[in-house]
Design a protein around this ligand. Structure first.
Ligand code: CTP
Length: 398
């Protein structure tokens, strides 16, 4: 994910400094080149050796490190970095940066850099809520510095409140966002659906399908990284939504339909990647259905076709459908494009190896209104999402 990205990780003196080692590991695992600069206080919490071992590079702790080329190393690092991540960021370091101070290796390197800066604050709740701290953060944000909001919860000092370092995934999401340069969906509102629906039979059973939600969650993530304002409506799924995405959870096809209809009006794009149930039990039993006969007959009725219903006042909105077919794939998909008035259909056959629900890859064919097919090779669902969004961007320009 962070291939060819050069990140300077600044570690300041808070108890959360040990969590920064986890962040470093995750960044290196995702192919980032990371150099670490630590304050004196940070070195009291965690040894520079930990960061040196994990980053594979000498850690900068001194403004005049003889062994690293003397007094200009901070300038070299400042020029080298694509992004500065200060994790954890104490109130003290944030205050220094807000006032342009450069009194240690970290603040001096940061002041000399043109790269974006992402602060991950972690501190006691009273410090975090202190007006002086809040003023400093506000000032930095107004200047374009980025912040990951800390979590609310139990703090190392035993108190409970705001100030706990944000979760690793959330910080990684913020780093992805800060490093993302492709912003061709900026200003666009995108509604994505994902996952299966569960149609209840009784209080303990439902009719469902094998959709994992991975494709829809990947689409939402990539659309947000490309600058879109994304709402993700998901059926039951284990996936974690990207931090910048508004997530709405539903269970049934009827709930998904309502959630889509409620939000459709101002959207520029609708991407229906959810595997919506076509049928739902006519009646939901109040109590658990007991076995008695040899066979049980279920009465099902059709659910509303969400995409078809949305076609009514479509206007300039781009509609993308997903077609899951195991035979006569292209023919059936073209019929769905016409029936549901789609701009683009994403066809996939779950019986193909490397395609379908549970895996991290997919093999999709993009079909446009004219029936032109573009069969893409097997690729990750994130890369497939980018290809789908490329087509959406192209459609918006026509
Ligand atoms: N879809 C929908 N509402 C439904 C069922 C499906 O909006 N009640 C959407 C899906 O999200 C998908 C597209 O319609 O984007 C095609 O779904 P698919 O199940 O492949 O096709 P169907 O039209 O339902 O036809 P069939 O099941 O007969 O293949």
């Amino acid at each position: 994910m962070f291939k060819d990205k050069q990140i300077v990780l600044g570690v300041t003196g808070g108890i959360a400094a040990y969590k920064s080692a986890e962040l470093l590991r995750a960044l290196v695992k995702q192919s980032a080149a990371v150099r670490v600069v630590m304050t004196d206080a940070a070195c009291k919490f965690v040894s520079p050796l930990t960061f040196e071992t994990l980053s594979g590079h000498t850690v900068l702790t001194d403004l005049f490190p003889d062994e690293m080329g003397g007094g200009t190393v901070h300038i070299d690092w400042a020029r080298w970095s694509h992004l500065f991540v200060i994790c954890p960021a104490t109130a003290n370091t944030i205050a220094k940066v807000a006032h342009g101070l450069a009194d240690n290796a970290l603040t001096t390197t940061l002041l000399a850099s043109k790269a974006p800066v992402l602060f991950c604050p972690a501190m006691n709740k009273e410090m975090y809520l202190n007006r002086l701290y809040q003023e400093n953060q506000k000032k930095l944000q107004a200047l374009g510095y980025l912040f990951v909001t800390p979590d609310e919860g139990e703090l190392a000092c035993g108190e409970t409140g705001w100030g706990r370092l944000a979760g690793l995934e959330e910080i990684l999401d913020a780093i992805s966002m800060a490093l993302s340069t492709q912003k061709d969906l900026q200003g666009k509102r995108i509604l994505v659906t994902a996952g299966p629906t569960h149609e209840p039979l009784d209080p303990v059973r439902f009719l469902g399908n094998r959709s994992s939600g991975k494709m829809g969650f990947a689409l939402a993530r990539r659309a947000a990284l490309r600058g879109g304002s994304v709402t993700l409506i998901s059926g039951p799924s284990e996936q974690r939504a990207f931090s910048g995405v508004e997530l709405i959870k539903v269970n049934t096809a009827a709930e998904m339909a309502q959630a889509v209809f409620d939000r459709l009006k101002d959207q520029d794009v609708l991407i229906m990647s959810a595997a919506v149930a076509d049928y739902t039990p006519e009646k939901v039993a109040k109590h658990k259905i007991k076995k008695n006969e040899d066979a049980l007959l279920l009465h099902l009725r059709r659910t509303e076709d969400i995409l078809a219903a949305c076609a009514k006042d479509k206007g300039h909105r781009i509609h993308v459908g997903f077609s899951l077919e195991t035979e006569h794939e292209v023919e059936n998909s073209i019929k769905k494009i016409r029936d549901k008035k789609l701009d683009l259909m994403v066809l996939n056959n779950p019986l193909e190896s490397g395609a379908g629900f549970a895996g991290d890859t997919n093999i999709v064919t993009l079909i446009d209104q004219q029936g032109t097919c573009d069969r893409l090779p097997k690729m990750s669902k994130l890369n497939a999402s980018d290809r789908i969004l490329d087509s959406v961007v192209a459609l918006m320009k026509t």
